[in-house]
Design a protein. Sequence first.
Length: 163
Amino acid sequence: MNIIAAVDQNWGIGYKNRLLTRIPNDLKNFRKMTLGKVVVMGRKTLESFPGGQPLELRTNIVLTTDRQYKAKGCILLHSMEELQEELKKYNPDDLYIIGGGSIYEQMLPQCNTAFITRIHHKFQADTYFPNLDEMEEWKMVEESEEYTCHDLEYFFTKYERMN
């Protein structure tokens, strides 16, 4: 199973239910990697998308404790147990955990690969991704060349679970 996120220098991922910044090349990379795949997210992540609509051309799985919540074009699940059962239906290589913070924390132990866009800037953030550099079981195995957008430098990285 994969996990994908864009993080700042403090591993921040969001502020007030929004991305810290929008980097077109990062969004394009996210789309390319997840197109035709299964994306797993929390309710707040779904609601942060334009119009609160699911991502096109992907299977959208949304975890929410609100049993009254409705969302067209999504598989709605209400517990980690339900999610685990649903995920058995798919090839683990096709699964991408896409946020938010609590979903990342809960699902990271089940992931083997993390695709992290590292943005060399410190933003005001209220939601964070677990710091993989501080976890001995995770190792960065790939790092792209440096890219720049709006005076922001960033890299595409790939981490793998080592044990």
